[in-house]
Design a protein around this ligand. Structure first.
Ligand SMILES: [Zn+2]
Length: 476
């Protein structure tokens, strides 16, 4: 397939005009009242970050940096808060066109009535449009890297490269995977590996994306496919992205059929020899926690989705207390249904507190680290992202300190976690490029994107026969 037909909607992206791109040899300064680094020192007051090209060169006092580099253009303002870009530890662009539907189901039924229904009908065009739609929402809430698992049946033209093309066009960083399953009749192993390979190839050609081997769940794969997945991940030295222990039913089913918990099964089959990111980890016994710890498995906690699907509460403090890196995820647009990192961050704190009846079960400072450097660690990416330090990628967020919600900052961590929402996200930079300016995502023709997404979402709902789902859910 040629470039034109591969990327049919490329025309909706405005031509690159370089707005906000760092052009000066000395770079740009991004300033704020508080720079929250997720490194040492944790807070720089009246500070600035100097960005040259796609990299952070300096973090320090604004007065010092502006006098040392007087030619630098200055972004941000004296009252703003500057943070590292948020790492969304888990999501599914495959669900971007089915939001606000099927609310009254727990995980197992929800997968059957909604996710299995759309899986045969997703194609590269819907992957591209869905990723643009979800990605715009993510950027507006300060996400600069998203760990995605696209769930669909394999098609004659591989679907998932559409995710990479959209992330490149948005300028949003991605760790991309294909959530493979041979449980549905349309999915056979050979086609699944064609899809994995096509996605790996697209990611390799991208400056912003990295590939991981995706496994929807242990239950979604026959033992023979699972074994091949383990081998494939090891053979191309790719990390793994999998859902583990999201619901009690999943664990009971695998215990009955494979005589081990899903986590123990992953350990026994050698999956954890590859760096693994496990989404959810809600229901765990001591042996499971021990296996996650000893294999260095990273965890993505998805509080909003866990609440919507009535899945349970991830034991965040217990995991972090054992040294396990726990990031925060918004999860998919069908199980959240917003792609709002600030909502997920705040909810993570509230859920732990109400579950443990403890006002210090999780603090603003801790959850801020989870959403930045700890999410990066869960994805084995601390070399490049997750904190504001010289040499790291210039991925940052500027919160508007002159907005009513942030007018009076007594503690900048609490201000971000409890007070800030998407309205306070002023600018977002990814790889040294400003992707959000004054709250608007740059270089996207939004009316055109919305028009196309409505057309495709309607067609998808018709082909997947979702017509009565909302009524059905209401009457059940
Ligand atoms: Zn998920």
């Amino acid at each position: 397939m040629g470039e034109g037909s591969d990327r049919p909607w490329h025309a909706m992206m405005c031509p690159e005009d370089g707005r906000g791109r760092c052009r000066s040899n000395e770079g740009v300064l991004i300033r704020g009242k508080y720079i929250l680094t997720s490194a040492e020192p944790e807070v720089v007051r009246d500070g600035a970050v100097r960005v040259v090209g796609d990299t952070i060169q300096d973090v320090g006092s604004f007065a010092d940096l502006s006098s040392a580099f007087p030619e630098c253009a200055v972004f941000g303002a004296a009252n703003d808060i500057v943070t590292p870009g948020f790492i969304n530890a888990h999501g599914h662009f495959s669900e971007a066109l089915v939001t606000g539907i099927a609310e009254n189901f727990a995980l197992g039924d929800w997968l059957r009535v909604l996710i299995d229904a759309i899986a045969p009908h997703l194609d590269r065009e819907s992957a591209y449009i869905g990723t643009l739609l979800g990605g715009v929402q993510m950027l507006r809430t300060g996400i600069t890297l998203t760990n995605d698992m696209f769930v669909c049946d394999p098609q004659p033209t591989p679907v998932t490269p559409g995710v990479v093309h959209a992330l490149e066009d948005l300028g949003l960083r991605g760790v991309v995977s294909y959530g493979a399953s041979d449980r549905r009749p349309g999915s056979v192993a050979e086609d699944i590996f064609v899809e994995h390979s096509a996605l790996a190839e697209a990611a390799a050609a991208s400056s912003l994306c990295r590939f991981r081997l995706g496994i929807a769940t242990v239950a979604a794969q026959t033992p023979s496919l699972f074994e091949r997945s383990v081998e494939f991940a090891a053979s191309i030295a790719a990390g793994v992205h999998i859902h583990l222990h999201e619901s009690r039913e999943e664990i009971e089913f695998i215990r009955a059929s494979r005589q081990a918990s899903p986590i123990a099964y992953c350990a026994q089959t050698g999956l954890f020899a590859s760096p693994t990111l496990a989404a959810h980890c809600v229901w765990l016994d001591q042996a499971d926690v021990q296996l996650l710890t000893s294999h260095g498995v990273g965890v993505a906690h998805n509080p909003v989705s866990n609440m919507i699907l009535a899945s349970g509460v991830c034991p965040v403090s217990r995991l972090r207390g054992r040294g396990i890196n726990v990031g925060i995820g918004v999860d998919g647009p069908a199980s959240n249904d917003r792609q709002d990192m600030l909502e997920a961050i705040k909810t993570a704190v509230l859920l732990q507190r109400v579950d443990q009846l403890d006002p210090v079960a999780l603090t603003a400072r801790e959850v801020f680290r989870m959403a930045t450097i700890e999410g990066a660690a869960a994805l084995s990416l601390t070399e490049t992202v997750g904190s504001l330090e010289p040499g790291k990628a210039a991925d940052l967020v500027v919160f508007d300190g002159d907005s009513p919600a942030l007018a009076n900052i007594h503690d900048p961590f609490q201000a971000i976690v409890y007070c800030a929402g998407p309205l306070e996200v002023k600018d977002v930079w990814v790889a040294g490029r400003r992707r959000v300016a004054s709250g608007e995502v740059l270089d996207v023709d939004l009316p055109c994107l919305l028009r196309e997404s409505r057309k495709i979402a309607r067609s998808l709902a018709r082909r997947a026969d979702l017509g009565d789902l909302s009524l059905l859910a209401l009457s059940s």
